[in-house]
Design a protein around this ligand. Sequence first.
Ligand SMILES: [Zn+2]
Length: 372
Amino acid sequence: MFREALFVDRLNRFVVLCEEGGRRFPAHLPNPGRLWEILLPGRVLLLEDQGKRDMPRVWGALLGEKVVCLHTASAASVARKLLEEECLEDFAGFRVAGTEIPIGNSRLDFLLKRGREKMFLEVKSCTLFFDGLAMFPDAVTVRGRKHVELLADLGGAVLFVVHVPSPFAFLPDFHTDPEFASALYAARKKVLIRAVAVRWDTAGNFQYSHTLDLPWEVYEREAGDRGSYLLSGYLPETRRIAVGNLGELNFPQGFYVYVGSAMRGLLGRIRRHLRKRKRSHWHIDALLPFLEDVRAFPIRSSERLECAIARELEDLARPIPRFGASDCSCGSHLFYLPQPPLKIAPFVEVLLRFRMGRVAGILQEIRGVSVN
Ligand SMILES: [Zn+2]
């Protein structure tokens, strides 16, 4: 059985700080993903004890009624069971003939055989979902991209195990890892790509739920190098800074989020913002040199969304009047937050709504039209 604890903070990639009955303690997190939408303060984690000398291990999390398994390695055992129980039509008759197969510098999860037929299978664990859409990866994965390229050469399959039953469609996360996404898109005719959803219970048992749609037509429309972006950063001390035509402004110590867009060359625009040396052009160029831990959150889309995003941020952060909004009717495109944005659930939700909810909406529209 698992015991419940509240998530407090992520101390490093593989360790989180938890709280249980007023006591705080570290726990091992067997998942290298970012998990922003899951690891929010106060979230209930399900822990497994590992014996007296080791810290407990995070098995999963509760998202309302949903149980999400966070143990990355569990995806391979899920896949194995689904194969053995013949839940997956495309793999009918295949049995596991080997695991952890070394090929060059990589390792593929399974070698499957059906008579004399062979197939390599790589399994990926997916916990990123919103509004009916699941995406992978939630952090850049060079290893994942190499697996896909290798499978395209060898012929084989990749199976995404989605750890909740709610999503109806799956796409590679072209916002977070466009290189993985385009490798998967390019491989789609050579590699069997499937995404399956499972339903977990709080005892750690799962059931097969369904196979997800892979709407490549939406990928083709939305995943280009264009769209909007958020930049976040931390100002370590209060400063007065001259900002072009706005004059000198007072910036209190804290966190800032800026929203912009580039409907041509989104990646190039973000790289420019992150570069130290450049000529000052936008309002944000005056502030960026003073910010620490600057991060970019691309939101790829065929439509310009920056003002819609700015309006949503206005509800959860304090706008800096007129900043970055010279060419539109918004109050501002720069927002102040006293806390890191990724620890604020409504901020993470805005990001997910524009990255994933919008894509799920487009998909439902397309489906609606094609059904009627
Ligand atoms: Zn605007």
